[in-house]
Design a binder for this molecule. Structure first.
Ligand code: IMP
Ligand code: MG
Length: 185
């Protein structure tokens, strides 16, 4: 596993594909137990969650639906604090068990926005499944039931996560390599 260069910056592997698959399997098993007979709707947040959602859903073996919404809150490597909705919720939510599927919960702004929408639409039960969770950056108090991997407050790319649009296709997760990234002037 070598380093990758994105937009001129060097990134090194932080979480391998094998580690990701094991962690995704662990939360899929919990979901299969907890939500059996609930016919949940999984609502994956595009773009970042596309790869996690695909792998998670292959490991979820209960009767369920999956749909997508599209939000954006990041510009470059820093959160803008504002959540922009590009594709909304098109499913009937009233009375349903809904699982929000996120790539990463950082400040929690995105999840809060979605939670409010789902509550307004009358969801019976709302759970959150996230591949990554950054507790140091989290500013909210609501619980996140299914966390695959807890990570420090570093900027990560790969497995759906991007750096200005690039890097989503990588099967491992990478972090900026400060040693290799020294700018010689
Ligand atoms: P939040 O609203 O601050 O919780 O941010 C959530 C969204 O920001 C995630 O769904 C990601 O799309 C993006 N994000 C947060 N941290 C990172 C990161 O380390 N790398 C890439 N995207 C990130
Ligand atoms: Mg996202």
């Amino acid at each position: 596993m070598s380093n990758v260069v994105i937009h001129g910056h060097t990134f090194k592997v932080k979480i391998t594909s094998a580690e990701i698959q094991k962690a995704v399997g662990d939360i899929a098993r919990q979901i299969n137990t907890d939500l059996k007979d609930k016919k949940p709707l999984f609502l994956a947040v595009l773009n970042g969650a596309f790869m996690f959602a695909a792998d998670l859903m292959k490991k979820v073996n209960i009767e369920c639906e999956i749909s997508f919404m599209k939000l954006a809150s990041y510009e470059g490597t820093a959160t803008t604090g504002k959540v922009q909705q590009l594709i909304g919720i098109n499913e009937e939510i009233k009375g349903r068990s809904v699982v929000i599927v996120e790539d990463i919960v950082d400040t929690g702004n995105t999840i809060e926005d979605i939670l409010e929408q789902l509550k307004d639409l009358g969801a019976a039960e709302i759970k959150i499944a996230t591949l990554l969770f950054k507790p140091e950056a989290y500013t909210k108090t609501f619980p996140i039931e299914y966390v695959a991997i807890v990570v420090p407050n570093d900027f990560l790319v790969g497995y759906g996560l991007d750096y200005n649009g690039y890097g989503r296709n990588l099967s491992d997760i990478y972090v900026l390599d400060y040693d290799a990234d020294v700018v010689v002037s």
